[in-house]
Design a protein around this ligand. Structure first.
Ligand code: NAI
Ligand code: MG
Length: 332
């Protein structure tokens, strides 16, 4: 039995967490759960977005299934995601975008995994005023952070039978920073002769992605481009309800859907739990429970393919709970 930490979050967070935990239990995932209320509601009540006990649990279990949190608006308020990524050095943000036959889009053959560097670049948030009309922001690129994200992308390609890794950059303009990222990519690529490698400038990448998404496989890039380009890939497959992610470092891993707390539909029992469920599948794969993950993935595929029990975001009428029950009914 492995113990994992679960953050219930805000908005649709509790609904999709309950649905996902029910499915994990029905699939006999060999897990024990330490469950915490975190987020804006918890902040209102106890003055902390994440209680100390919740941090302590994650530090012990090292695996976190995190549902979305409403970011309270306030001066000087630090984003919870930035806090978690920095505190636990979750340097690789991995977002797989794969077409699903049940969700028609103009791009039926998308299967792209983005590796976004998660700790530096412009996101270190160092900006300062040079005078009243001029602000400077610092873009930080280090060899250490570049090497580990690039290596993570190639290791993933090898482990998952992928063919190609593409480095996305703007080294034609940012010759030193992105130039170093690209040089490191080319050095590391030599160690992975079995994997094809190439590189593309980020603006050209965006155009190519919407014209020929089937030409892309694994992509690796600095933080800012990763933020933007991974959202682009999510648009290609048709929706937030279907996008899982993992944030992983050497010691800790956090799994969450890409979407937010969806306050507009919270409490209505119509949220699509699939993105969070697939995040849970990535978690199961990470801890070696690949059979349980495969069982859940094929049950989801079957429910989506039948087209009978879809949540409203996918054009259906099913509640979160009806969808959950349909997935459970298809488990082997
Ligand atoms: P959002 O992703 O919560 O919602 C955008 C739209 O997509 C809404 O119309 C929503 O109903 C719909 N949607 C999202 N997830 C869905 C699902 N699973 N099923 C069906 N429909 C779904 O983005 P928004 O509205 O910009 O942000 C709301 C709150 O979430 C904000 O406080 C924001 O800061 C927070 N947020 C938190 C994140 C996290 O904790 N990782 C990530 C993104 C936003
Ligand atoms: Mg983003």
């Amino acid at each position: 039995m492995k113990t994992i930490t679960v953050f219930k979050g805000d908005g649709i967070g509790p609904e999709i967490t309950d649905a996902v935990l029910d499915i994990l239990k029905a699939a006999k995932a060999p897990l024990e759960y330490e469950i915490f209320n975190v987020g804006a509601a918890e902040y209102e009540k106890n003055g902390a977005l994440i209680p100390d006990a919740a941090f302590a649990s994650f530090e012990k279990t090292r695996v976190l299934l995190k549902s979305p949190i409403t970011t309270p608006v306030g001066k000087g308020f630090r984003s919870l995601n930035v806090t978690l990524r920095n505190k636990y050095d979750l340097y690789a943000n991995i977002r797989p975008a794969k077409s699903n036959a049940a969700v028609p889009t103009p791009f039926p053959n998308v299967d792209i995994v983005t590796f976004r560097e998660n700790t530096e670049d412009l996101y270190i948030g160092v900006e300062y005023k040079m005078n009243d009309d001029t602000v400077q922001a610092i873009k930080l690129i280090t060899r250490k952070a570049s090497e580990r994200i690039i290596r993570a992308a190639f290791d993933y390609a090898v482990a998952n039978g992928r063919k190609k890794v593409t480095c996305v950059h703007k080294a034609n303009i940012l010759k030193m920073s992105d130039g170093m990222f690209l040089d490191i990519f080319r050095e590391i690529a030599k160690e992975y002769q079995q994997i094809e490698s190439d590189d593309k400038i980020v603006d050209n990448t965006c155009m190519q992605l919407v014209m020929y998404p089937e030409n892309f496989d694994v992509m690796v890039m600095p933080n800012l481009y990763g933020d933007i380009v991974s959202d682009l890939t999510s648009g290609l497959i048709g929706g937030l309800g279907l996008l899982p992610s993992m944030n992983v470092g050497d010691d800790f891993a956090m799994f969450e859907a890409v979407h937010g707390s969806a306050p507009d539909i919270a409490g209505k029992h119509i949220a699509n739990p699939t993105a969070f469920l697939w995040s849970a599948c990535m978690m199961l794969e990470y801890i070696g429970e690949t059979d349980v993950a495969a069982n859940i993935r094929s049950a989801v595929d079957a429910v989506l393919a039948e087209n009978q029990c879809l949540t409203p975001d996918l054009g259906g009428k099913a509640t979160t709970e009806a969808y959950r029950d349909a997935v459970i009914a298809h488990l082997k």
